[in-house]
Design a protein around this ligand. Sequence first.
Ligand code: 5RP
Length: 224
Amino acid sequence: MNLKKIVGYEAVKWVKDGDVVGLGTGSTTHYFIEKLAEKIKNEELEVLGIPTSYQSLYLASDSGIPLTTLEEHDVNLAVDGADEVDPQLNLIKGGGAAHTLEKIVDQSADKFVVIVDDSKMVDELGKFPVPVEVIPLALRVVKKQLVNMGGQPDLRMAERKDGPVITDNGNFVIDVKFDNISEPKELEVMLNSIPGVVENGVFAGLANEVLVATIQGLNVLKRV
Ligand code: 5RP
């Protein structure tokens, strides 16, 4: 059973004619974008997409979804994946190094819906390291600050390219393991206060709803 596909396809039902939709990044949103393109074509909808990465940009444009930008439109609905989701719907994102643009698009949306399979649900954030996008020149000093904050920083290395991952914005990503993350909002703000940090992957209090696929069926969690 492909839970990512089930939840990705399900989320398409939430898109209405005239919507401007934030297109998340990752393997789950891949299914969402694929199915959204089909829906737009079959139902002749006027829907525009705003991508959150080169991955979602090329997938959406190859699939025929008309695209726009945040300069031209506001986002009605953003649909995105996550690496971890806690019971208060705080998230860790950035497994695909796209969290900076994802956060910009997702937080700007009238409604931000997260799509995950149940392996992403945790009691407390922190098993997944927090991705921190950093300006390359600041790497050493940012790592020092992250250690002072109790983190274990690890520069993300590329596969099939020598050296570090370079983000869509031309920066590095440091994955930071924390023993526990009891106050996600506090951590999110602290990480972003380090000079040289562009954005981090803690998304505290941003998601309105989380759609979770399990082998028993789909659950909708709403922020209270
Ligand atoms: C990319 C992300 C992704 O949404 C997150 O990593 C989940 O990915 P997947 O759907 O492939 O499990 O934050 O930066």
